[in-house]
Design a protein around this ligand. Structure first.
Ligand code: ADP
Length: 498
């Protein structure tokens, strides 16, 4: 029976998971690695440590599951996106620490570009918002601040890559320098319409074309893993973590949407073959490219999702552990007009207000910690509802259901409230390892283990469906209250200089 090895390289840990051809997980290994914060707002990873932890988990999972290398038919890779590595092509050595997606060191440079009026051009070509998150300004920073880097780049000695590229390079013993389209589409250098590195953008960011990886489809063999003597395993599927999760949820048709409820929330909608330009501050991105067909997605994120539960636990200390929130919140029938707007780090799409801060509204003499817990939990669903509304407005595609994954989806109360707010089914799948699953699906398609996406659709099974249970009038009241709370939060932020 062929086995697929999925490598899931995340922001705080590296994981390896084995799947069989029925899509069942056979084993998993995980290792955390160090986060470096050299200055306020800076976040770095050691690319060596990323590789070492990834390799260690890969070896561990094979040993634990007693899997012979000959049984591994394909490797799939999914990764933290946008994080930038630059290495020397001859020595294979990174020339600087990897700059992580969260790193804000290039924010001022992004402001400069915005003042020069570059944001619309970037959005039109890349589908992204001009922001320090994306790779281009990080790459420029490394080239500008590492002694000798510009000279080395000019003579073709340097390679740039996101984490997928770095892992492919290491797995192939330095033979392949490639990235998949979904990862390329997060760099601010890749034209998502022509599906090529964009010459005008390379000039804008002063990036020499010689550092760029070859862009490959998301499914298909990009190279062979040669690090184990006597075994050559095809690397046959690659996608950034959120795109992989969309695929792992088998949201393979236009209008299908998934939301991941972790520390933050990430919602992606499959928009089929159209790259839809957002009017609501969402991102347009490549979801994947399979068999020459490119699928696009709209993406939005909530900065504080499950993190609001951690706040109740660690700062307010009203619960001991995250799952406790469900019992506490269930002791009241509803938040009774209390709203928590957890804009601890500003508000994301569709509002984008960096100056907003958290707020609590509607408190009365009878409000207790259960109401606040309930309102905090509700806020995860309200913020996700805002995203979905924005997506529907941009895409004009009606949606039938929301597929969910991530740690906070264990919370039935939250899932039910989400269905109530959206007035559509919320579906929780059996396998919640959707990111790794997506990488495995892509690799299995790429290696010919599964014939096509149709065959894959048998692999996805729902574990529980939450149907909407409130009347339209009740929903309207709830949403109106949330909107007032957000409006007031924004008004408070915008009034700070008057
Ligand atoms: P990440 O991948 O971002 O680390 P996870 O998918 O592991 O996140 O989910 C962890 C998040 O989910 C935490 O923020 C935690 O507070 C929240 N969480 C975990 N269990 C529950 C629960 N039962 N109810 C609500 N939130 C929860």
């Amino acid at each position: 029976m062929p086995i697929i090895l999925a490598l899931d390289q995340g922001t705080t840990s590296s994981r390896s998971i084995l799947f069989n051809e029925k899509g069942e997980a056979l084993g998993m290994a995980q290792k955390e690695f160090k986060q470096h914060y050299p200055q306020p707002g800076w976040v770095e990873h050691d690319a060596h440590e990323i590789w070492e932890t990834q390799f260690a988990t890969l070896a561990e999972v094979l040993a634990k599951a007693r899997t012979d290398l000959q049984q591994v038919a394909a490797i799939g890779i999914t990764n933290q996106r946008e994080t930038t590595v630059v290495w020397n092509k001859t020595t294979g050595e990174p020339i600087a620490p990897a700059i992580v997606w969260q790193d804000r060191r290039t924010a001022a440079y992004c402001d400069e570009l915005r003042q020069q009026g570059k944001a619309p051009l970037l959005q039109q070509k890349t589908g992204l918002i001009l922001d320090a998150y994306f790779s281009a300004t990080k790459l420029k920073w490394i080239l500008d601040h590492t002694p000798g880097a510009r000279e080395q780049a000019a003579t073709g000695q340097l390679a740039f890559g996101t984490i997928d590229s770095w892992l492919i390079y290491k797995l192939t013993g330095g033979a392949v320098h490639a990235t998949d389209v979904s990862n390329a589409s997060r760099t601010l250098l890749f034209n998502i319409h022509t599906l090529q590195w964009d010459v005008e953008l390379l000039e804008l960011f002063d990036i020499p074309a010689s550092v760029l990886p070859v862009v490959t489809p998301s499914a298909g063999v990009v190279g062979e893993c040669t690090i184990f003597p006597g075994a050559r395993i095809p690397i046959a599927g690659v996608a950034g973590d959120q795109q992989a999760a969309l695929f792992g949820q088998l949201c393979t048709e236009e209008g299908m949407v998934k939301n991941t409820y972790g520390t933050g929330c990430f919602m992606l909608m499959n928009t089929g073959q159209q790259a839809i330009a957002s009017k609501n501050k969402l991102l347009t991105t490549v979801a994947w490219q399979i068999d020459g067909k490119t699928t696009y997605a709209l993406e939005g994120s909530v900065f504080i999702g499950g993190a609001v539960v951690q706040w109740l636990r660690d700062e307010l200390k009203v619960i001991h552990s995250a799952p406790d929130i469900e019992k506490l919140a269930a002791t009241v029938k509803g938040s009774e007009g209390v709203y928590v707007v957890p804009a601890f780090a500003g508000l994301g799409a569709p509002y984008w207000n960096a100056h907003a801060r958290g707020a609590l509204f509607g408190i009365t003499r009878g409000t207790n910690h259960a109401h606040i817990a309930r309102a905090a939990l509700d806020s995860i669903a309200y913020q996700s509802a805002d995203l979905l509304k924005a997506m529907q407005a941009d895409a004009r595609i009606p949606i039938r259901e929301l597929r969910v994954d991530g740690g906070a989806t264990a919370n039935d109360l939250l899932m039910q409230f989400q269905a109530d707010l959206l007035d559509c089914k919320v579906v929780r799948p059996e396998i919640t390892e959707t990111t790794a699953m997506g990488a495995a699906f892509l690799a299995g398609l790429g290696a010919g283990i599964w014939k096509d996406q149709q065959e894959l659709s048998k692999q996805w099974k729902s574990a529980r469906v939450f149907d909407p249970q409130v009347e339209a009038s009740e929903r309207a009241i709830l949403l109106k209250g949330w909107q007032r709370a957000v409006n007031a939060t924004i008004a408070w932020a915008d009034d700070r200089n008057s």
